[in-house]
Each structure stands twice: as C-alpha cells, then as structure tokens.
Design a protein around this ligand. Structure first.
Ligand code: CS2
Length: 482
C-alpha cells in the first residue's frame, strides 16, 4: 500500500472522518519549536494544538522539529513520510483521522548532534518543548539534579563540544550554545506530568549550569537570568501506545500506510502559564488556555486523573484486567477510584477558576470508560516509583496534615505494593531494587516495611506514620489473599 507523504497526501479528500492539513512547511522553512522526546503524546497533543494555531492565524513560523531520545524509531517512521502522520481519535461513536503536518523534521541526536546544535542556536527558534517522562529528568527526591547519575555526570564532564545524552544535559548544553551564538531569547515549556513542571525544570537546568567550571557556569546562568523562561503547563490527553489494530483501522480510513499513526481520545486540554521570553504561537487559537497560574490546574489533574489512573492500573492489573476501560467496568475497582477522588483528592484541591471539581472527576471517569481505547493497565503501571509521589503521596500528606485518614489514597499505594510483589511486568528505573524488596514475597508486613523503606519514594515522614503503616499492611494482606 502507498505510504502517507507529501506526494500521496493530495490524493486524499477530506470527509467527516478525515481531516487534512491546510498547508505544509515550505522547503527549508525554519523551525519555531524544537521538541525533546517526540513520542506519541507530543504528536497527539502539543503538535495538534500548534497546527490548529498556525492554521487559524496563518502564522506558519512554528513548524516543529522533534528530537528523539534514545532510539531513531520515530525518525524511521516519520522521515519517509515528510513528517506527516495521523492522529486517530477514538470514541464510542467511532474513529476520526486527522493528518498532522506540523512536524517538519525529526532528529536523532546520536547521529545528528551538529544539526541539533545549529537549530538550538538559531534565532528563528523561539520555543523548546519537552516530554521526556518523569524519569527522564534524573532528579533526586529533593527535586535537585542527580549529579551522580552517570548520564548527567558525563554531560557535565563532557565539555561544551561533546554530544550530551541526558535530557537536561541536551537542553542546558543547547542553551549554552545559543548564548554563545548571540543569545536570542527562548522559552522552555515542560509538558510532563510533574507538579510545577516549569519550576522543576528551571531548577534542574540551573543545577547543571552551576556544576560547570566557573566561567561556563557564570555565562550560562547569566543567559538563563536574562533571556530564558520556563512556564509551567498542565497537559492532558489519553494517548495509549499504538497497536497493529490501530494502524489497520487508520489504513482503512486513509487508504494509505502510516507508520507514524498515533491514537488518542477526543478530549484535549493544555493549560499554559503565560510567561514567555519572546514570541510564542497563538496556542489559545488552537484550543490551549493561557493563564497566570497553572498550579491549581496541575494539582487537580495530577491528583484526580493520574492518581486515579495509577490506582486503576495497579488494582485492575491485579484483578486480571488488561485495560483501563475493563478496570472501570469492574464495580469494585471503579468504586476505589471514585472514593479516591471524592474522599481524598477533592478536599486537597482549590478549584481552578470556572471548574467544578466533582464534575471534573466524573468526566475523568467517563473518559477512562471509553471502550474504543485499549489503554493497557501495565503501560500505566510503569515507573511507579516516579509516579506515586506526584499522584498519590501528596494527597496522603495533605490529608494527614489536615488530621484526616485518607484510606482510599492509601489503598492506591497498597495496590502498587501488591503489584510490585506480584509477577506482573515490573518496568521501573529501580525495578531491580523493588524486586529484591518485594517480588514473590507473601508476607504483607515485610512487603510494606521493605517498600516504605525506599526513601526516594516515601521520604522520612510517611514510613513514620503508624496509621499509614497499619492500613497498608491490612490492604496489602487483603490484596495478596485474592
Ligand atoms: C497515564 C498518563 O501513563 C500514565 O501514567 O496516567 O499518561 C495519562 O494518560 C495522561 O497524563 C493523560 O493526560
């Protein structure tokens, strides 16, 4: 079958279930945005909104160059397609395909470091966005850059000419190169699910800068102070890993082969702190909300959606459910998510302007129930050690401080512990350690003691909470007994 590219695109005719881009980047058009970590999420989220903003305003100076992290698979998918790919939007009412043209190039830095250096120094580039996942930031439990991480240490030692390999190293070295090439202002937009993600990233980049030899540290810090901004953002769209069945469905709609197809739910939300060093796309014309304070949106989303998602993933997987939709169709699992949101999460939140927290929670559960999305529980279960503190432990801490007993949130943590002890796939940056502490064990008391001892996850305070210990022991015992 013919592949989607610039030559085959004109053979397509728009239909109700097929949306086509109104224009393509001209040859040699500069990139206004470089995106680090061009996985499925970026392609189904920021790229879609950027495209809509360009189409709405006619300002097409925002073409995106995607940077892959560790492998060149996305470049292999998109380069032969001139960057074109489809977002397959799936709902119970059916599927709709949208072809996206906003990504003009994909770079694999291991082979194209010079190209990346040139782009990052180019004044036409005004925005860097990132989705490198929680673990990609290499940060310590206290939020500072982990200077003992081998990748980070090598990026610091490597000197300005060497090819960096960590996300923060790439970013900081790129900013250093930009400072030396004239220092045009630039805004760095973190799009990962982290609390205060802009502040977090700025701290990490400054830690990197400060670890450099004095003259370099001073130069980079001065550039950061004067010409770089790190707004916080809240990103939201459910984007499960693409399956062969999705590609087949896409082929049936397009009549073309698309190796870069991504799948998403209809819902799409991006709340961006309006703090930029220079120009930005009119993202609000593409559906984003620009606001002075993202924090209430971020906390609401992380604790409600992601907290419930992780809870459903662990509980659901333990009960044999393959997907989140199957998990919420199980009344007991659904009740656990409902209790978490209503009893523990909502009391810790301040409603963002114009948002009803109860209605928000209901919408989240409805989105999870979308039977057209095969979002696998084991996919969401990944990297629990990184996700738990952001998604569940903050809720527990806030409730404990308020004198409450957050049983539902503790149950989510217990489900993670039972999952770690089970023989379900354990994919986590500290998987070996977790496995040693809990895999295959059947004594709930020992599992809880051992896992609570992982300080970078639970800190010093939670292991000292007798109420929490007791609840976790009871709940883990209950889950193991099933
Ligand atoms: C999920 C998120 O994989 C996960 O851990 O909870 O990717 C979730 O689908 C998104 O944050 C939704 O916006």
């Amino acid at each position: 079958m013919t592949r989607l590219d610039r030559t085959s695109l004109p053979t397509l005719t728009p239909r109700e279930d097929l949306v086509l881009p109104s224009h393509l980047p001209a040859d040699g058009a500069p990139s206004g945005i470089v995106h680090f970590g061009i996985g499925a999420f970026h392609r189904a989220h920021q790229a879609v909104i950027t495209q809509a903003a360009m189409e709405d305003t006619g300002d097409d100076s925002w073409w995106i160059t995607g940077v892959t992290q560790r492998s060149d698979s996305v470049r292999r998918q998109l380069a032969p397609q001139d960057g074109l790919y489809t977002v397959l939007e799936k709902s119970p009412a059916g599927a709709k395909a949208q072809v996206i043209s906003a990504v003009r190039e994909v770079i694999f830095p291991a082979e194209q470091q010079d190209r990346l250096d040139a782009l990052l120094a180019d004044p036409a580039l005004r925005i860097i966005t990132l989705t490198v996942t929680e673990k990609g930031y290499r940060r310590r439990a206290d939020g500072r850059l982990d200077l003992s991480d081998p990748l980070v240490a090598a990026d610091i030692a490597g000197g300005a000419g060497a090819a960096p390999a960590s996300a923060v190293g790439r970013l900081a070295r790129g900013l250093q190169g930009r400072a030396r090439a004239g220092g045009a202002p630039i805004t760095v937009v973190c799009c990962d699910n982290l609390t205060a993600n802009g502040e977090v990233l700025e701290r990490l980049v400054r830690d990197f800068a400060e670890a450099l030899p004095a003259a370099e540290a001073e130069e980079l810090t001065a550039f950061l102070d004067a010409h770089v901004r790190f707004p916080s953002t809240m990103v939201d769209r459910i984007v499960p890993a693409t399956t062969d069945a999705d590609r087949t469905e896409g082929r049936a709609i397009l009549g073309l082969e698309d190796a870069g197809l991504v799948v998403a739910e209809p819902f799409l939300q991006w709340v961006v702190e309006d703090s930029f060093a220079g120009e930005r796309p009119a993202w609000e014309q593409g559906g984003a909300q620009l606001t002075a304070d993202v924090a209430p949106f971020e906390l609401m989303k992380l604790r409600t959606l992601n907290g419930a998602h992780s809870t459903l993933a662990y509980l659901g997987a333990l009960r044999g459910h393959e997907t989140i939709a199957e998990s919420v169709a199980d009344p007991q699992v659904l009740q656990a998510a409902r209790d978490l949101i209503a009893q523990d999460v909502i009391p810790t939140l301040t409603a963002p302007d114009g948002t009803d927290l109860v209605a928000y929670g209901e919408t989240v559960l409805e989105r999870f129930a979308n039977p057209a999305l095969a979002h696998r529980t084991v996919q969401i279960a990944m990297d629990g050690s990184q996700k738990l503190p952001l998604r569940l432990l903050g809720t527990i801490r806030d409730r404990r401080t308020a004198g409450a007993e957050p049983l539902a949130a503790a149950r989510g943590v217990a489900a993670w512990m039972a999952y770690v002890a089970s023989d379900l796939p354990l994919d986590d940056p500290i998987a070996d350690r977790l496995a040693q502490l809990a895999r295959g064990r059947t004594d709930a008391g020992a599992i809880v003691e051992n896992l609570l001892g992982v300080r970078e996850v639970f800190g010093e305070d939670l292991p000292a909470d007798a109420w929490l210990r007791g609840v976790l022991r009871d709940e883990v015992a209950c889950l193991l007994a099933r």
